[in-house]
Design a protein around this ligand. Structure first.
Ligand code: SF4
Length: 356
């Protein structure tokens, strides 16, 4: 193990076999200590960053039908379905602005009737009314969906969205980047190769991207590590954000896959992510899904960012995760864990909280 620890601390890219051995066999306490050492090499100051943004869902209508998702519904379910109106965006943006935020995380279902023109009009309208607003919007599966509807390539969709106001592309919808796993849990979503291709295209166009991972369902330890190595080999992500699948009430739970919060498994995953991704500067702790206490422990084994306070969230709460943090409690929690909180923007630049 010592040889593997030395190699990852030098920033070496491990092979799949070595990475898997490290993940499976290293004692948790050692793995956490080495990951924290690497975090302090990359970020020598004991600063933990956080952000104020607002999650807004465009629509809950989705043709994908992922088995882990309680949020979506079909177009025919008219009693449940919605498309967020401009008036609702205005209210949400003004509430966020009053709290010091300047970015919307816009995500939602893959609606069969909302094509790229819809999102172009939406982004343009938002930017016209709120020129200061940053749009961290859609994700690889949605870009793939829009490209398929418009019968054009990813570069064209991304170029049109960027011209309309897209600032960055979130890393959502990665789950586990393995086609067999995706066939089992989200057969209607883009394949692993398509997710990678959207991200590669976005990065080649200079659009900032993050990457995620949802583990703890049907995947094997090897598939987790392969996911990490795909993210590493693609590189260029501003941050990596892993979390555990939350299964309450989902179709996947009914099929026998309960998921949930196993803190030890989460800390091992955070630590191995830090160690296997030397080319990705930021590892984000997911307090929303894993709980604040687990997220604070993650700050001691590789994570250096706590993500955003949550003004609104509809997707993981639909699967039984109800954690909340406002700005004050976020800063208190980071201090209680022994770090100095620092507000950041989407590019992980430190920023001042604007007086409102
Ligand atoms: S996770 Fe996203 S893509 Fe999958 S069904 Fe839910 S809304 Fe649709």
């Amino acid at each position: 193990m010592q040889n593997l620890y030395n190699r990852v601390l030098r920033g070496e890219f491990l092979s799949i076999e070595d990475a898997l051995r490290l993940y499976i066999s290293a004692p948790l306490a050692e793995l956490m200590a080495v990951a924290h050492r690497m975090r302090m090499q990359i970020h020598p100051q004991k600063i933990v960053t956080w952000q104020i943004d607002r999650n807004v869902n465009t629509t809950n209508v989705c043709v994908s039908g992922c088995k882990f998702c309680n949020f979506h519904c079909r177009l025919a379910e008219t009693d449940k379905s919605y498309v967020t109106t401009m008036e609702q965006y205005r209210t949400k943006i003004e509430e966020m602005y009053a709290l010091g935020g300047e970015q919307l995380l816009i995500q939602g279902g893959m609606h069969p009737h909302l094509g790229v023109e819809y999102y172009e009009d939406l982004f343009r309208a938002l930017k016209k009314e709120y020129p200061w607003l940053k749009l961290n919007a859609l994700g690889a599966p949605e870009v793939h969906h829009l490209a398929r509807m418009a019968k054009c390539d990813y570069a064209e969709i991304l170029a049109r969205l960027r011209r309309a106001g897209l600032d960055s592309l979130p890393g959502a919808g990665a789950e586990i980047l393995d086609n067999e796993v995706r066939r089992r849990i989200s057969p209607g979503k883009c394949s692993a190769d398509e997710w990678v291709e959207v991200m590669r295209t976005a990065q080649s166009m200079g659009i900032p991207t993050t990457a995620t991972m949802m583990y703890g369902h049907v995947e094997t330890p090897r598939q987790r590590i392969e996911h990490l190595l795909i993210i590493r080999d693609l590189g260029n992500f501003t941050a990596f954000i892993p979390w555990a699948y939350q299964g309450r009430g989902t179709r996947l739970e009914k099929e026998g896959c309960a998921g949930g919060n196993n803190a030890a498994e989460y800390l091992r995953l955070i630590a191995i992510s830090r160690l296997l991704l030397p080319n990705i500067r930021n590892i984000q702790a997911s307090w929303l899904t894993m709980g604040v206490q687990s997220a604070l422990m993650a700050l001691h084994c590789g994570a250096n960012d706590m993500g955003s306070i949550m003004i609104e969230e509809n997707v993981v709460s639909a699967a039984g995760s109800f954690n909340t943090l406002d700005s004050e409690r976020m800063e208190q929690a980071i201090r209680a864990a022994g770090f100095t909180p620092a507000l950041r923007d989407q590019q992980y630049n430190l920023s001042e909280r604007l007086p409102r």
